[in-house]
Ligand binder design. Structure first.
Ligand code: PMP
Length: 879
């Protein structure tokens, strides 16, 4: 009733001001600037919702004349504060008690007053100074009423043929929750904490801590931040060009990496604190780009950087436009292509994301479309953000930093480095280069000449491998950190393994008939995993996973499989769902997405995709208990090189109660992190374990092991009529062949005989991880080195995200590739985009050489300008 009343009053106000505006416009000069000014004054009178809606719509430059847009861009509302009496009442309601009981001191004069809320300084009993943000009395009702009326108004305006194409009511429907959410301090506190978490460990970005226990819908209490806000940042102690670089880095991090960004980064919302720290304030409006938005954006930039304009136009349309089906004509494609060329090729020295969007939006408008709401919110953020950066440093080269974000999937190097490497290869590895050429004519993936995603520019072509070393066909020797993706835990050409293979081969490679070797290998595996375990042999990790999933379905009589985002389980349809390059949906409840053309849609759609380490995943498993045959997990995800023991235990509990099988994919970790697998370290017991790599001693191999009653689902009952329906069939001409079994057995016997191998590898990995991290820190390079138990990774990033998707989003592909090539120049081979592995053959001297090579490489890269924020800029202290 009350809200209906408010809406009526609001409609009256709108009507009144509309008439006033129309009369004033009618009486005066009728030019566009004046119209825009009047419109601005009108929106200001109408209140906060109109202001924001005006700003967002203002980014739709195709809709409003450019000068009107400029008018909107100068918007900034500084309003008189609430009266003391009203403030006290609001505080009491928000805090649940009198402010005198909560604060030792409270300054009634606000430090800032906006259209939705005002901010006061206060002191807690423990002496901490806090900022208290209080929602203006009555603003919530007004905001709701305004949005109802504005929605209605836009629907009326929408009948005009000229604006109908913009679908303003639809646009506003999407914007409405964002706009009305501004007056909910509980929501704002949550957004603030989300952004703070995204910047955890960041060297120079801070977000004030929220005092959740004191906050509510009306009041938000947070740490008070001292510093220069809204002014030129003398106190930051850094020259303007460095601060501007930091600002751009921070803004773009939010947009491109986190997908959660500040919509209003104007000078009042950014504090420059000592040590060059940037402190963001006010999370009333936070924009979001979904995983698909960022994927589309990245794919668009990728095409632009490669100057593939037709593809870029197509991808732009998919990423940014509503009703893309309207945008197919050649006129549209040519116009947009011209704009893209201008911004991405010709005028990069004057790069402005907003200027580019402005031009592109105008073209969309001309062809009956507009940008999506998510991107118009982004345009508003960039409008404020890039404008502010340019004020701090008018000479900044925005493009240079932009490329750090836009090029992140670009698998090529800058021209200078590429030329240098090409020359270097021509000098030192001419045969390798010639073979690369020959391979390109005939050979397609899966060999590593022609990797499927981001192929190698300079593949290594190996002639010999021994111990920890690889020698290429040109005679160059490298310390190997790839470990062939996993099998060579003892190093290459271990004498015991070579002898076993030679012996087996000399007796005739046997398959498809029984031989003692397969019994021996099965016994070794079973003994390592459990007294009642059975083993089934296959030819690869991919096959092992396929067999395990079939057994799980046959055993439970259920069809669906749950897996974790970012966990790779081989190249089968099921194994590739949401596996490593592409993700979709809410990070906490991801949606399944394929990672290859040609996958069966039904398999993708039926997969339940979970998030590792996230408690909500356990609830989702329970909610689907009746349908799930199993949950497959990499207990120590390769992409994170660490495990969450508590989560794994909870996973076992939930699945155990629901009769869902737990399948561990230990294809990488099996016999690598322990004699057994991660389960031996954590103390959990999965129903099935998939193995590969090490158990084949360098030859193709896979295995499934698990409790007898489960694995026996693949054993014949003796009744073929029953088996067809009741048992899981697993075959394979080469499964359990004599040469593979001999090689695998030799490796496992060595590992069993030398149990110190594992503590040794653990210790060396820890040393190397710490050493490399220290070397990167010495050079002031944003770099994370993580790992344990012979598995480690190096990424160029400030953050240590826990989700694989966030790690990929922040991955600096170009720098990662460049590191691989620099390291090769210093005698170390890194597989370019893969987890790194140590073997028992790596000596102390090898590790020293790796460490030195890394130090040199990182220094060379830093001086070549690979890392936009250089050493002296990374002096930020913790807040
Ligand atoms: N599971 C995991 C965890 C893997 O890392 C891999 C391959 N790297 C596989 C399964 C597939 O193994 P393969 O390549 O032997 O088919």
């Amino acid at each position: 009733m009350r809200s209906a009343g408010l809406a009526v009053v609001e409609a009256g106000r709108v009507l009144w001001w509309t008439v006033v505006l129309a009369v004033r416009f009618g009486l005066g000069r009728r030019d566009r600037v004046r119209a825009a000014r009047l419109l601005r004054a009108y929106l200001l009178r109408m209140g906060p919702l109109y202001i924001k809606a005006g700003q967002v719509l203002g980014t739709q430059s195709g809709l409003l004349p450019r000068d009107a847009v400029e008018e909107f861009r100068t918007f900034f509302a500084e309003l008189p504060p609430m009266r003391d009496r009203v403030l006290r009442r609001t505080l009491r309601r928000g805090l649940g008690r009198s402010p005198d009981e909560v604060f030792a001191a409270f300054d009634m004069r606000p430090v800032a007053a906006g259209s939705v809320a005002q901010v006061h300084r206060a002191r807690l009993d423990n002496g901490e100074t806090v900022a208290v943000k209080v929602v203006r009395a009555g603003v919530r009702g007004r905001l709701e009423a305004s949005s109802t009326v504005l929605g209605a108004l836009l629907s009326i305006v929408n009948v005009l043929p000229k604006v109908r194409g913009y679908d303003l009511p639809g646009h506003f429907r999407e914007l409405r929750p964002l706009l009305t959410g501004q007056c909910d301090m509980a929501g704002e506190g949550a957004r603030q904490q989300e952004v703070a978490a995204n910047f955890r460990n960041h060297p120079f970005v801070r977000v004030p801590r929220v005092h959740e226990e004191l906050s509510s819908r009306d009041v938000l209490v947070m740490d008070f931040v001292e510093g220069a806000s809204g002014h030129l940042p003398d106190e930051a102690g850094l020259p303007p060009h460095e601060l501007a670089a930091r600002m751009q880095d921070a803004f773009y991090c939010m947009v491109y990496f986190h997908g959660v960004f500040h919509v209003d980064p104007h000078p009042g919302n950014l504090v420059f604190a000592p040590g060059g720290l940037l402190v963001f304030l006010d999370f009333g409006l936070v924009g979001r780009l979904s995983e698909d938005d960022r994927w589309n954006l990245a794919s668009f930039y990728y095409a632009c950087i490669r100057k593939e304009w037709t593809t870029a136009v197509r991808r732009f349309t998919r990423a940014f436009a509503v009703r893309p089906e309207r945008l197919t004509g050649s006129a549209y494609e040519e116009e947009l292509g011209r704009i893209l060329r201008r911004h991405f090729e010709e005028e990069t020295s004057r790069w402005s994301t907003l200027a580019f969007l402005d031009d592109a939006i105008r073209i969309l408008g001309r062809h009956g479309s507009r940008i999506t709401t998510a991107f118009s919110v982004l345009a508003l953020s960039l409008l404020t953000g890039e404008g502010f950066i340019a004020k701090v440093d008018p000479d900044i080269d925005l493009w240079a930093t932009t490329r750090r974000f836009t090029d992140r999937f670009a698998p090529y190097l800058n021209d200078e480095l590429r030329d240098r490497l090409q020359h270097q290869m021509a000098d030192t590895a001419p045969r390798s280069l010639a073979l690369r050429k020959r391979a390109a004519r005939r050979l397609v993936a899966p060999t590593h000449f022609d990797r499927f995603v981001l192929p190698s520019a300079f593949p290594l072509v190996v002639d010999r491998a021994y111990g920890s070393k690889l020698r290429d066909v040109d005679g160059n020797e490298y310390i190997d950190l790839g470990g062939g993706f996993g099998p060579h835990i003892l190093g290459y050409a271990h004498p015991a393994v070579v002898a076993a293979i030679q012996d087996a081969a000399a007796r005739g490679a046997v398959n498809a008939v029984g031989h003692p070797g397969e019994v021996r290998l099965a016994e070794l595996i079973a003994e390592a995993f459990g007294p009642d375990h059975r083993v089934l042999l296959a030819n690869s990790g991919t096959e092992a996973v396929q067999v395990a999933l079939r057994i799980a379905r046959a055993f439970t009589g259920r069809q669906r499989v749950a897996k974790f985002e970012g966990h790779y389980h081989g190249f089968s349809d099921q194994g590739l769902v949401s596996s490593w390059f592409r993700y979709r949906g809410d990070p906490r409840a991801p949606e399944p997405v394929g990672n290859s053309a040609g996958m069966q849609d039904a398999v993708v759609a039926e997969t339940l995709v979970l998030q590792y380490g996230e408690r909500g995943s356990l609830d989702r498993i329970a909610a689907h208990a009746d349908e799930l045959a199993c949950v497959i997990v990499e207990p120590m995800p390769s992409a994170l090189a660490d495990y969450d023991a508590e989560f794994l235990r909870a996973l076992s509990d939930v699945c155990g109660k629901a009769g869902i099988l737990v399948v561990y994919d230990e294809v990488v970790t099996g016999f690598r992190v322990a004699y057994g697998g991660v389960q031996h370290i954590v103390g959990t017991v999965p129903d099935l374990t998939c193995l590969g790599k090490i158990i084949g001693g360098g030859l193709p191999a896979g295995a499934v092991t698990g409790r007898a009653d489960v694995v026996d689902t693949a054993r014949t009952s003796g009744d073929p009529f029953h088996d067809v329906d009741g048992r899981a069939f697993a075959g394979g001409t080469m499964s359990g062949n004599s040469v593979t079994c001999a090689a695998g057995t030799a490796v496992l016997e060595q590992l069993r005989a030398w149990p110190d191998t594992y503590p040794g590898l653990r210790e060396r990995t820890s040393w190397l991880v710490a050493d490399l991290a220290a070397r990167a820190a010495d050079c002031g390079v944003p770099c994370q080195v993580r790992g344990r138990d012979s598995i480690f990774s190096i990424t160029f990033d400030h953050a240590t995200p826990s989700l694989v998707r966030d790690r990929l989003a922040g991955l600096d592909v170009t720098a990662t590739l460049a590191l691989a090539y620099h390291m090769r120049g210093h005698g170390v081979f890194l597989p370019e985009l893969h987890t790194l592995l140590l073997s028992a053959a790596h000596s102390d001297a090898d590790l020293e050489q790796v460490s030195e090579a890394f130090g040199k490489s990182v220094r060379e890269m830093a001086s070549a300008g690979f890392f936009s924020i250089s050493r002296e800029r990374l002096t930020g202290e913790r807040l």
